[in-house]
Ligand binder design. Structure first.
Ligand SMILES: NC(=O)c1ccc[n+]([C@@H]2O[C@H](COP(=O)([O-])OP(=O)(O)OC[C@H]3O[C@@H](n4cnc5c(N)ncnc54)[C@H](O)[C@@H]3O)[C@@H](O)[C@H]2O)c1
Length: 371
């Protein structure tokens, strides 16, 4: 087995700080640097984790030849340019969602990956959550039968989050609902049709240029008879946070709980009606990980961060994400999702909003995301 250890720089230390102890314990990595604009806050994190190199400018990270890879956890408008600059500087990239907020930037990142041979992975938490891994296992074993339909929802009230959220459009942060429906069947979105519904308050609408409170999108999956439906809202819609994923098969179906922390439900076909639905406890998948990082499917380092107050630990996905990225580097293969898959997942939301602005017209995904 390879003894290679990749040297990682963590960029953005809000949600990003959560990943530092995982990289520190993973057998194939070490965290050699952190980067954050606020020096005092950066030093607190670096002191806590004993990290020597501290940079307040991203350019300093890129100029450091010791660094092999960057894990970007900056605000959303910075994901695309930071990913591009890192690839140009010869660094592998793991970047939190979404890949970008426009199609051109997704294309440029895919091009850079193709040109440089470097690895890019979008750190999509949902497809490494225990629920997704459980459903995927059931699907792979044939327990669901043929899949007939999938649905996913992500309502989240973003009042009180960092300011840049006020400029966001619901479908421009849709990867948590796009990724499970496409990821389960390893499909590509071919085209979408999306409707906007309701209105948000005028000050928010002015900042984002979007008026819709909710956006609801149908996705046609390429070379498949399955279509899926997703919905998103960010403001002014009363609903507890939820990143749900429902899958309907011929033999069994999985339905997400309506209320956080209550059991999910499995429906089994052809049973007497009262026995069709049964509540289940989803198992943990730490056994898929190197022993050194198994504890991190259950332990949360920064439980006060808003993403944990609402996101509940993202289904134990963080160590799986780190392990997939590093395994891909060690094995010199593409990570999942790679750049093109990440672009397809991200562009669904971008195309969906375009569709909503045109009253639900079908919008095709760009061809570079279909390969
Ligand atoms: N489930 C998930 O996938 C999930 C959950 C939470 C957050 N996120 C994503 O993670 C990102 C960060 O979220 P957050 O809540 O920690 O945001 P935040 O705004 O609290 O933190 C952003 C961090 O980036 C740093 N930063 C900003 N500009 C920088 C620059 N130019 N150079 C270096 N550092 C810079 C800030 O100092 C801060 O440490 C967001 O894009 C968010 O969408 C994803």
């Amino acid at each position: 087995m390879s003894k290679k250890r990749f040297k990682v720089a963590m960029v953005g230390l809000g949600f990003g700080a959560e990943f530092i102890p995982i990289y520190k314990k993973h057998p194939h990595s070490e965290v050699v640097a952190v980067c954050r604009r606020n020096e005092a806050e950066m030093n607190k994190v670096a002191d806590h984790f004993g990290i020597a190199k501290r940079y307040t400018k991203f350019e300093q990270v890129l100029a450091d030849p010791e660094i092999d890879c960057v894990h970007i956890n900056s605000p959303i408008p910075d994901h695309a340019w930071m990913s591009m600059e890192a690839l140009k500087a010869g660094k592998h990239v793991m970047c939190t969602v979404p890949m970008a907020t426009n199609i051109e930037d997704c294309d440029k990142i895919c091009q850079l990956v193709a040109d440089t041979g470097l690895k890019y992975m979008m750190a999509e938490t949902v497809v490494y959550s225990r629920e997704f891994l459980f459903i995927k296992e059931m699907y792979t074993k044939g327990e669901l039968g043929k899949i007939q339909y999938m649905a996913a929802s992500h309502p989240q009230d973003m009042d009180g989050w960092p300011d840049y959220w006020e400029k966001m459009i619901p479908m421009h942060y849709a990867t948590h609902v796009v990724s499970p429906v496409l990821g389960l069947v390893n499909g590509r979105a071919e085209y979408v049709s999306c409707f906007g519904s309701g209105t948000i308050r005028p000050d928010l609408a002015q900042k984002s240029g979007n008026t819709f409170a909710v956006e609801t999108c149908h996705i046609k999956i390429k070379d498949s008879d399955i279509s899926a439906q997703i919905w998103r809202c960010l403001f002014d819609t009363a609903r507890q946070y939820r990143e749900s994923f429902d899958v309907y098969g011929t033999k069994k179906s999985f339905e997400w709980t309506l209320v956080e922390d209550e059991p999910h439900v499995i429906h089994t076909a052809k049973k007497p009606e009262p026995e069709i639905a049964s509540k289940i406890k989803v198992p943990d998948y730490a056994h898929l990980l190197p022993p050194e990082i198994r504890e991190f499917t259950r332990s949360i380092q920064d439980a006060d961060h808003l993403s944990f107050v609402q996101g509940g630990g993202h289904g134990g996905s963080h160590p799986h994400l780190v392990n997939e990225f590093l395994s891909a580097l060690v094995q010199e293969r593409d990570p999942w999702p790679n750049a093109v898959t990440s672009a397809n997942w991200t562009c669904v939301g971008i195309c969906a909003h375009e569709s909503a602005l045109q009253g639900g017209q079908i919008v095709k995904l760009p061809s570079f995301t279909l390969n």
